[in-house]
Design a protein around this ligand. Structure first.
Ligand code: TEU
Ligand code: CA
Length: 606
């Protein structure tokens, strides 16, 4: 990859994978077409020309910061058109369990491991064949287990190691796989390593974290949970870096002992028999040497200052490869990285199979319509989801493989984002399921998707315990009224996907009065669709051809299958189908019109 300078042109920047993803995101955010920068005039503009005319808006050092970032990537993605390697995790249907709110077996208000064991038959019946467990390790729960105190212990409220072993055994007996959550960008401040690091200057653990002895703030980085990313320890006179909460201290991955210890821990779990890991914010582990302050303009654009120094850091590829080689490859284990901020080209550089870094990633660019943010009350546009899926499926390459999901424990429920009208919720739930089970990629169902769950009608901050929402509230209540702040919290809070599932039981905790029930039609649809997907390899490795992508419409073909989706409220004429096709989902179709949010699947006869 040639080094970019201010003399380089827009087209050079667009050819660089990091530059490409950054520009692409900006275009999307501004609602502009890619054609705008691929046209001859714009693509030949020199960066210094643009720097000159945008200096007022972007500041002096914006382009220097951008060039520094993009020049860190030396490789270009390899995009294979060849055959797809077959893997169990490409054929599986995953189900994410957030243990705290999945199923409470002993009525103390908190979901637990025995609860998961009790519901394994339910999951098998639904047809899922792989489970991702959000963290179940010992933790003081400042961020619901994403702050780990002991990687080798089970959280007390969730049960014991014996319960875990039984769970793993039973999962395997049912022919399912189990992956764990791996949170290694940071540990809890109560982790033994951090305690030693903080209290003993001679300890080898001091360099396991980013601890700085100085008067001024070490840099201007901000935390994802509001405020500065540095916590000051008065007594020890030290600053400690935490990209997330004050109780989640970032590990220094440049220290080889950190990497060795973490890799040993990963192997300990893989030796136990777990089938892989979902790796929490794994693209943040390599921080720029010296932790330089972030560019203020980039900080404003991305929402977090400093992010350009760690979301695609200088040693990311090296560390991912090291983990792969020394842990995953040995066990033939599966990895899916949670990688906020990575666009498609960067994703190709971490998931291309020849690179031996990660198997898959979760990209998040499809979770909000561009121009909007999660903490905002707006209607999500499914046309954008369609375009995003087409872009990725057509260009990601056959050496890469996508994950397909709408929900997780960090986001409000997708159905609610799409429409506030109750009468459409069931159709939307089924439409989402149809696309998830027939598009090319691995589906990750989040618990409750199959029940058609929507957002929870919280009425006060007292019902919200999430550390992110609390930080958000404290920050914004300084300048806004309670009503205003609460409205945005309701739109974006992570609490929506953290309420106990409605298993038609009484709920003893603060979520009592839950007025949601499981929607049986949605459950049946999921079950049928999962079964269909597993019954035919064409729906996994088959081709993907778009037949109609007009407004509010998504019609596509996967070899013998034709999927016809209405992405809006207005009735539309169904795709003209001849005798050679039969409609297999839903089983009974009467009209030649697609109703609001209706989705159909046809299959070639014979
Ligand atoms: O999330 C990382 C992440 O960037 C977000 O989804 C995040 O929760 C939010 O956008 C912050 O503004 C992972 C976990 O999924 C999340 O639950 C944890 O809180 C976080 O890492 C820290 O471990
Ligand atoms: Ca319990």
């Amino acid at each position: 990859m040639k080094k970019l300078t201010l003399e380089s042109k827009i087209k050079d920047l667009y050819q660089n994978p990091v530059g490409h993803d950054a520009l692409y995101k900006v275009l999307m955010q501004l609602g502009l077409s890619e054609k705008l920068i691929t046209n001859a005039f714009v693509s030949n503009l020199k960066l210094k020309t643009i720097a000159k005319v945008t200096r007022k808006q972007l500041g002096d050092s914006f382009f220097d910061a951008l060039l520094h970032l993009v020049n860190m990537e030396k490789d270009v993605p390899f995009v294979s058109k060849g055959e797809i390697t077959k893997k169990w995790w490409k054929e599986a249907v995953f189900y994410q369990i957030y243990p705290r709110s999945f199923y409470d077996s002993n009525n103390d208000g908190i979901g637990d491991l025995r609860g998961i064991i009790e519901k394994l038959d339910y999951l098998a019946d639904l047809g899922v064949n792989a489970i991702w467990l959000s963290p179940i390790y010992d933790s003081p729960n400042d961020d619901n287990g994403y702050d780990i105190r002991d990687y080798h212990k089970i959280m007390k409220e969730f049960g014991t190691m014996e319960d875990f072993d039984e769970l793993l055994n039973k999962v395997h007996q049912k022919g399912m796989k189990l992956i764990m959550d791996l949170v290694v960008n940071h540990t809890s401040d109560e982790h033994e390593w951090f305690q030693k690091a903080l209290h003993d200057p001679q300890s080898k653990y001091r360099d396991y974290y980013f601890l700085r002895e100085q008067d001024a703030l070490p840099n201007n980085w901000t935390s994802f949970f509001s405020g500065s990313a540095w916590n000051h320890y008065e007594k020890e006179n030290l600053w400690g870096l935490h990209l997330f909460s004050k109780k989640q201290m970032d590990l220094n991955w440049d220290n080889s002992h950190v990497r060795e210890d973490i890799i040993a821990m990963i192997n300990w779990w893989l030796d136990k028999g777990v089938d892989g890991f979902r790796m929490d914010v794994i693209n943040y582990i390599s921080k720029e040497n010296g932790l330089p302050s972030g560019n203020e303009t980039i900080g404003k654009m991305m929402g977090y200052t400093g992010i350009e120094h760690y979301y695609y850091g200088p040693h990311l590829h090296e560390y991912l490869h090291e983990i792969h080689k020394n842990a995953f490859a040995k066990h033939d284990a599966f990895s899916v990285g949670e990688t906020p901020g990575l666009g498609m080209k960067m994703a190709q550089l971490v998931t291309g199979e020849e690179r031996e870094e990660l198997d898959m990633i979760f990209s998040f660019d499809h979770l909000e319509t561009p121009g909007h943010i999660r903490f905002e009350n707006y209607a999500y546009d499914l046309n954008y989801f369609r375009d995003y899926m087409i872009e990725w499926i057509e260009n990601y390459g056959n050496n890469c493989w996508m994950s397909i999901f709408y929900n997780n424990h960090d986001n409000p429920r997708m159905i609610s984002k799409i429409s506030s009208k109750k009468e459409y919720h069931e159709s939307i739930a089924i439409l989402l399921a149809v696309m998830q089970m027939t598009l090319k990629g691995t589906p990750f169902i989040f618990q409750g998707d199959e029940m058609g769950l929507v957002n929870y009608p919280f009425s006060s901050m007292a019902q919200i315990s999430d550390v992110e929402s609390k930080g958000y509230y404290e920050e914004h209540i300084q300048t806004q009224s309670h009503e205003e702040v609460f409205k945005t919290i309701l739109a974006g809070t992570r609490e929506h996907t953290r309420v106990l599932l409605p298993w038609n039981k009484k709920f003893p905790d603060h979520h009592q009065g839950l007025n949601q029930t499981m929607n049986e039609n949605v459950y049946k649809a999921y079950k049928e669709l999962i079964c269909l997907r597993k019954s035919d390899i064409q729906l996994i490795y088959g081709d993907f051809n778009v037949l109609n992508k007009k407004k509010d419409r998504f019609t596509y073909q996967r070899n013998d299958y034709l999927i016809d989706c209405n992405l809006g409220e207005k009735q539309q004429k169904a795709y003209p189908i001849d005798e050679s096709y039969e409609c297999i989902f839903p089983k009974k179709v009467v009209s030649d019109k697609l109703q609001a949010y209706e989705a159909r699947i046809y299959r070639k006869r014979g």
